[in-house]
Design a binder for this molecule. Structure first.
Ligand SMILES: [Zn+2]
Length: 178
């Protein structure tokens, strides 16, 4: 590091991981992306599910939209309301999130909070989102998320309640019905 002061970015790093962390390395960012995979799209749903400060959420959504990871779509005209949907660039982060989840469970939590299955056959996915029964890597829209044995079955917020029902990744979560 040639005695440089620690900067606020990784500009001196010639490294793809450092470049990725410039985009997704801030606190809360990956959890916003995780929620988007779970089908959370609306500001208030992110807010109640994450318990994140409003200003931080607004900042993260803006940054992720600017980076082309989320796309902002207007779903209501008056009053104007937008929702945030993963782009292809965002969906390409799935193997990273999957790997982090597996690592966190095996090395830290030792709890099975959520199970990811191949929607077509119901088989639980392996660590690389592969279906052991079908012998294929399962595409993100064909991944089904279901509560694991260690997940709280009586959560306080409506998004967590909606996520108690099996659903495919990316499919919009219906917090109003929960
Ligand atoms: Zn399968």
């Amino acid at each position: 590091m040639e005695g440089m002061a620690l900067g606020k970015d990784y500009a001196t790093q010639e490294c793809s991981i450092a470049s990725a962390l410039e985009v997704i390395g801030e606190r809360w960012t990956l959890l916003v992306i995780r929620d988007a995979f779970y089908g959370v799209r609306r500001y208030n749903d992110f807010l109640v599910h994450l318990g994140i400060p409003r200003a931080v959420l607004a900042s993260r959504l803006q940054a992720l939209t600017a980076q082309g990871i989320l796309e902002k779509r207007r779903y209501q005209q008056s009053p104007p309301r937008d929702e945030y949907v993963l782009t292809d660039r965002g969906i390409a982060l799935w193997p990273t999130l999957r790997a982090l989840g597996v690592w966190g469970r095996e090395q830290l939590t030792h709890r099975k909070l959520r199970i990811f299955r191949h929607a077509d056959c119901g088989t639980e996915l392996g660590p690389f989102s592969e279906c052991p029964a079908c012998g294929t890597v399962v595409a993100v829209p064909d991944v089904e998320i279901v509560p694991g044995p260690d997940l709280n079955r009586d959560p306080a917020d409506p998004v967590s309640r909606a996520l108690l029902k099996p659903k495919r990744l990316l499919q919009p979560v219906d917090a109003d019905a929960a």
